[in-house]
Structure formats: structure tokens, C-alpha cells
Write a protein that binds this ligand. Structure first.
Ligand code: GLU
Length: 381
């Protein structure tokens, strides 16, 4: 899709997810930047007035909490961070509420952990409650539930949370607001060049992104690009732009050439447009292990639309149960697919290399002949 067309389509985006990073909301001295917050709230309220549905993913809880508690330096231990998040989250919401009330907008707090979206039932509940809020004209303000999150159930950073949220509600546009104007590449002479448009996020683009977060935030440009790539693959246009510039949201939805636009590419990578269930398989799970397959199984998966059978398995890594997500790697160790396994790691260690017919002889005719059914498989995740 050409740049101009992709920009023009942003004007029609009906459901918009806007991620606001800590660095945008918090000044260098750690104090919340209320002027900036007010300006962004004006922009978000204007999107609503335009008839768009708006979801905000806001960081800043930990920073606000540290400031409220008089803690100058970000602690390294988890309980202190959880405490800061718990104190700061309510302050953050109180600040948003004061500002949105003036604009006659209603808001709601939605706190999520990775765990919530991995569990199919809670995933659907989260989706339904956010959609209900949108239907009633409320602006959900989403953050990670940092007070209870530990590493195993974390999204990682709010860029990842924002892309998951965009997928969850099938947003037409995801805006990642940060403190730089756009993504930049280095040219052959080592000069930084602003990138207005990225048709796809490839390995070359990723190699130009630096990975650092800051004192209060977790992600950097690399995490923004990775999250943008995932949301774009699932059909959202993504704009990375400077949240410290006045009027930025209006400029983006009017099709102006601000920030970096990453084009939506819903039907890429041989998966077709992923249905909701496969999208959940692909993006809302932590893999519990991986299976290494031989070249025959790789071709059967990638080129012939087949399920994964025990006969093609070379190796099993990790400890997992039926229903868990596992990665599938080719003989060179490349990740080629992921899916929900029918069998545990222990069972697959015993069954690998066997014909499906033999499995039925061993386990009975009701036993699944495939390790991962095609419907539960996503290619090139
Ligand atoms: N959830 C964290 C907070 O609200 C921020 C994480 C991030 O910046 O990625 O403080």
C-alpha cells in the first residue's frame, strides 16, 4: 500500500488505541506533567467528539507512585515497584478523571496482566467488557496490573500491552506516543534519517532501533517496532509519534505526515486473516516449550496446510501439558510456527517418530492422531 493511501485511511479509523508512555507524562524530575496530560486529554476527547471509539493505554503508575511516596530513585526490587504502582495507579486515574470530566467524557480503569489475556475465558471477558465500555461511549484507560504482576505473567512493557489491546478490540489504528518524533534509520554516512512510512517492519528496520527504556519506562524504539509489527500484522495501522507535540493526535487522524506510519498487513505470512482464536494462539501466550521438526514436517506445515504429526518430531524441549502453547522450530532452530498441543511433553517424548496409526493402536481410537491440529496452529508467528 503506498504511503499516501495508508495515511488517507487513518482519517477513517473508527476504533483507536492510544498508548501514552511514562516519558510523555512525567517530567525529568519525576513529577507528573499535568500540562502535557491536559493537552493529550483534549486530543483524546476530540477523537471521541469525532465519533471515534478511543482506548487509552497509559503508563505512569510507577512514576506517579514514586513521586507520591517521596522515593527519588526507581527501586530495583519487585515489592517496592508493586507498591509504587499501587499508590500511583489511583493518582494517575484521579488526574485523568479530573481532566476528562471537564471535557464531559467518562473514563474507566482496566488493569490487565498477561495471564488475563492468556486464559481464554478471561480473554473473552476482558474483550467483552472493553467493547461494552466503548459501546456506551466510555474511554477505557488500560494499564498493566503492576501491583500483582510478576515476571512470568508480565506483558513486558506497555508497548506490548498496547499492541495486545489493539488486537483484543480489533482497532483500526494504534498510536504509540513517545518522546521522539519518529523512528529513524542511519543512512550510509551514519546520519539519522526520519522514516515517514514503513510498509513492513523487517529485520533491517529492527537493526536500526535502539532498545533502551528510561528511568520510568520499560520499552525503547525496538520494543515499539516489535509491538507495531505485531499489531500491523493483525490489521491495525500503527503510528509512532511524539506525544509532547501539541495537537499530535489530530494531525495523525487527519492524515498529516507526522511520526512513522507502519502499514496494516492483515493477511500476511500464509495464515490468511487470522481468526480471533488463532490470533489468541499467536499473540497471547507464552510458549511452554518447543518441538523441533524434520524437513518433511516443516514443508507439510509451511507449504501444504497440514497438522503437525508425531512422525515429524525430532526433539522435545520443556515441560508442558495438553492445551499449552508450544513453539515449533525447523531443523536449523528457526521458529516456524506455534500452536496448542494435544499431548504433554512426556507423551510426545514417547510418541515422537511414530505413525499416527500406531498412536491410535497404543492409545485407543479416540486419541488425536496429530500433535497440533491445524486449527490451533499459526505459521511464522
Ligand atoms: N506499567 C508501568 C507503569 O504504569 C509502565 C511500563 C512501561 O512503561 O512500559 O508505570
Amino acid at each position: 500500500m503506498p504511503h499516501q493511501t495508508a495515511r488517507a485511511q487513518l482519517t477513517a479509523a473508527r476504533r483507536v488505541v492510544v498508548k501514552i508512555g511514562s516519558r510523555v507524562l512525567v517530567q525529568r524530575n519525576g513529577r507528573p506533567d499535568t500540562r502535557r496530560m491536559a493537552e493529550l486529554v483534549d486530543g483524546l476527547a476530540a477523537l471521541r467528539r469525532d465519533g471515534r471509539e478511543v482506548v487509552v493505554v497509559s503508563s505512569g503508575a510507577i512514576a506517579c507512585g514514586l513521586q507520591a511516596l517521596g522515593i527519588k530513585k526507581k527501586p530495583a526490587d519487585l515489592p517496592s515497584l508493586q507498591m509504587a504502582a499501587a499508590v500511583g495507579q489511583s493518582r494517575l486515574m484521579a488526574a485523568y478523571d479530573r481532566l476528562f470530566v471537564r471535557k464531559k467524557c467518562r473514563i474507566a480503569q482496566v488493569l490487565l496482566t498477561h495471564d488475563d489475556l492468556e486464559n481464554r475465558r478471561r480473554h473473552l471477558n476482558a474483550r467483552n467488557s472493553i467493547l461494552k465500555l466503548l459501546e456506551c461511549g466510555v474511554i477505557p484507560i488500560v494499564n498493566e496490573n503492576d501491583a500483582v504482576s510478576v515476571d512470568e505473567i508480565k506483558f513486558g512493557d506497555n508497548d506490548a500491552l498496547a499492541s495486545r489491546t489493539a488486537m483484543l478490540v480489533e482497532a483500526g489504528l494504534l498510536v504509540l506516543l513517545t518522546t521522539v518524533n519518529a523512528f529513524h534509520r542511519l543512512d550510509a554516512r551514519g546520519r539519522r534519517r526520519k522514516v515517514d512510512f514503513l510498509p513492513v517492519v523487517d529485520a533491517d528496520a529492527l537493526s536500526h532501533a535502539n532498545g533502551k527504556g528510561s528511568e520510568f519506562s520499560t520499552g525503547g524504539m525496538a520494543s515499539k517496532l516489535t509491538s507495531a509489527a505485531e499489531a500491523a500484522r493483525m490489521g491495525s495501522a500503527v503510528v509512532i509519534a511524539n506525544g509532547r507535540k501539541d495537537g499530535i493526535l489530530q494531525k495523525i487522524v487527519s492524515g498529516a505526515h507526522v511520526g512513522t506510519l507502519i502499514a496494516p498487513a492483515a493477511a500476511a505470512n500464509g495464515n490468511g486473516a487470522l481468526n480471533r482464536r488463532r490470533r489468541w494462539v499467536a499473540f497471547f501466550h507464552h510458549a511452554k516449550g518447543y518441538l523441533t521438526v524434520d524437513a518433511g514436517a516443516r514443508d507439510a506445515l509451511l507449504h501444504h496446510g497440514r497438522s503437525l504429526l508425531p512422525v515429524g518430531i525430532r526433539d522435545v524441549a520443556g515441560d508442558f501439558a495438553p492445551g499449552d502453547l508450544v513453539d515449533i522450530r525447523d531443523p536449523d532452530g528457526r521458529l516456524i510456527a506455534r500452536g496448542l498441543t494435544e499431548y504433554s511433553s512426556t507423551a510426545i517424548r514417547l510418541l515422537k517418530g511414530l505413525q499416527s496409526r500406531r498412536i491410535r493402536e497404543l492409545l485407543g481410537s479416540a486419541a488425536p492422531g496429530e500433535l497440533i491440529h491445524r486449527d490451533n496452529l499459526v505459521l511464522n508467528p
